[in-house]
Design a protein around this ligand. Structure first.
Ligand code: ADP
Ligand code: MG
Length: 545
């Protein structure tokens, strides 16, 4: 009863295979990720069946993925103890019924010219066929979990047809033998296979054993319960995904089911490399669906100003076959992005109170990102502004105040938040702008960065209090009635003096007038726009362009 049946591949699959076999690829090692992900899926299904359904064959078999390399026969063998396939399933799943994504994928590939990026193959639901990027013959042995199942051998060179033969008495699961093409012999080397697994499949939730040795020590931590994870495990995981050697400054691990299913593990690194002039930091959060990697270092799952974060986002609600193109404008991604961003900002806000020292360190290193967000991200601006910290006339050097702190200690008659821009504390305090505020006992925020002024200008007010630049010429602090000193000049002389000064300065000034704000200094230069901030804003723009 070992008759060989030969069957034709369905048309679209034949077209797909034709491209897979005959093109040059940039990242063909991803075939291993696809086959490991299929093995893991098969075991996931078995686990589910075992939990919910009837008795399964070989119920004591451990759920493991074995990968064996043979450098002399140039073969790579991937074995799983998953759900396996019946003959009908073999025919349907591999060869006959093209996943709805395959047509789309063929179109995608055809549009790409000679160098084809096959990385997306799994996302189109046709990952199995990536085996033919490296193999000129694939032999697959499989036995279904069903008690009455038989063993089958599927074999093909990927050209036109495949055969199915009844096999020897196998144990449950699937074994795939890849007979490597000559230019792919490298994949029969243990080091190569280990490297590829490290890169793509470290977080597969089943042991991966290469030539008898377990290689994936790192678990899918983000799916686990927080109280089952040690600090060491978190740190190891961080070092792995962030390619870091030190420990993270903060970590946030949270799961939620509403408004969207999400498992997230985020880390703030110890250092901000942008601060050290390393150039722009690339985003570092990977997107998963049920532990299967959908997009590495995703540029869209979080806003740009969170590019310093490292970690993982995993949502069951993402369709596995989502392509990057459709992901870009997926409402689901937008929602994920918003939920996680808000949650992270809430976390930071909490840390500011619960761990002020650590938050201070965070603020010193990463404040620029938060400010960038506050300046550009309208969706989260309110939450971001809440996190801003500033030195002020009431703080010691190096200490800071948030806008909420500031409001909390405003003078009774004070109605606005005042700030003044200058390069340093000394610069600001030796200038004339603070005099009137000192006199009234009002706290003044010191903004050392131009972006601070930009943000204040953009938001205009906070919690109903206007944000007013102290170097504004039309500043009205209700000082008009302040007693004039006996030494003050009579009105007439003031008029003569200001006219004379205007004459001397000519077009360098637009107006000279008596000041109501000065206490000790004889004169102050003011601008309708706020001189300092304007200048610094221009500097900032020039620097950026
Ligand atoms: P996808 O994994 O997105 O469904 P693939 O092309 O990778 O697409 O695989 C096609 C189908 O082949 C799978 O859905 C599954 O039914 C079957 N399959 C592939 N590999 C295995 C395996 N190791 N064990 C059981 N079934 C498998
Ligand atoms: Mg697959």
């Amino acid at each position: 009863s070992t008759g060989v049946e030969t069957k034709e591949f369905q048309t679209e699959i034949r077209q797909l295979l034709d491209i897979v076999i005959h093109s040059l690829y940039t990242e063909r090692e991803i075939f291993l990720r696809e086959l490991i992900s299929n093995a893991a899926d098969a075991m996931e299904k078995l686990r589910y069946t075992q939990l919910t359904g009837p008795e399964v064959k070989d119920k004591d078999l451990t759920l493991e993925i074995h990968i064996d390399t043979d450098d002399t026969t140039h073969t790579l063998t991937i074995t799983d103890t998953g759900i396996g396939m019946t003959k009908e399933e073999l025919v349907e799943n591999i060869g006959t019924i093209a996943h709805s994504g395959s047509k789309e994928f063929i179109k995608h590939l055809s549009a790409k010219g000679d160098q084809k990026d096959l990385n997306l193959i799994g996302q189109f639901g046709v990952g199995f066929y990536s085996a033919f990027m490296v193999a000129d013959k694939v032999t697959l042995y499989t036995r279904s979990y069903q008690m009455e199942s038989q063993s089958f051998v599927w074999e093909s060179d990927g050209v036109g047809s495949y055969t199915i033969t009844e096999g020897e008495d196998l144990s449950r699961g699937t074994k795939m033998v890849l007979h490597l093409k000559e230019d792919a012999y490298d994949f029969a080397k243990e080091e190569t296979v280990q490297r590829v697994i490290k890169q793509y499949s470290s977080f597969v939730p089943y042991p991966i054993i290469v030539n008898g040795q377990k290689v994936n020590t790192v678990d899918a931590l983000w799916i686990k319960n927080k109280n089952e994870i040690t600090d060491e495990e978190y740190n190891e995981f961080y070092k792995f995904i962030a390619n870091a050697h030190d420990e993270p400054l903060f970590r946030l691990h949270f799961s939620s089911d509403a408004p969207i299913n999400i498992n997230t593990l985020l880390f703030v690194p110890k250092e901000n490399l942008e601060q050290f002039g390393f150039g722009r930091t690339e985003p570092g959060v990977n997107l998963y669906c049920k532990k299967v990697l959908i997009q590495e270092k995703s540029p869209i799952v979080l806003p740009e100003w969170l590019r310093f974060l490292r970690g993982v986002m995993d949502s069951e609600e993402l369709p596995l076959n989502i392509s990057r193109e459709t992901m870009q404008d997926s409402a689901l991604i937008t929602k994920l992005n918003k939920v996680v961003t808000s949650r992270f900002l809430k976390f930071l806000d909490g840390q500011a109170t619960s761990e002020p020292e650590k938050y201070k360190e965070f603020w010193e290193k990463f404040n620029f990102f938060i400010k960038e967000g506050a300046a550009n991200d309208f969706t989260h601006r309110k939450e971001l502004v809440k996190l801003l910290q500033f030195e002020s006339s009431n703080t010691l050097p190096g200490e800071s105040v948030s806008l909420a702190n500031y409001i909390g200690r405003m003078k009774e008659d004070q109605t606005a938040i005042y700030y003044v821009n200058g390069p340093t504390r000394e610069g600001i305090e030796s200038g004339p702008y603070l005099e009137v505020f000192r006199d009234k006992g009002y706290e003044v925020i010191y903004t050392y960065a131009a972006i601070d002024d930009y943000i204040f200008g953009a938001i205009g007010e906070y919690e109903g209090k206007k944000l007013i630049s102290a170097d504004q010429s039309d500043l009205d602090l209700g000082n008009e009635q302040k007693d004039r000193s006996e030494l003050a000049l009579p009105e007439e002389e003031i008029k003569d003096l200001t006219e004379w000064i205007k004459e001397v300065l000519g077009s360098k000034v637009t107006e000279v007038r008596e000041s109501k704000r000065l206490v000790d200094s004889p004169a102050v230069v003011l601008s309708p726009y706020g001189t300092n901030s304007m200048q610094r804003m221009m500097q900032l723009m020039n620097k950026d362009s």
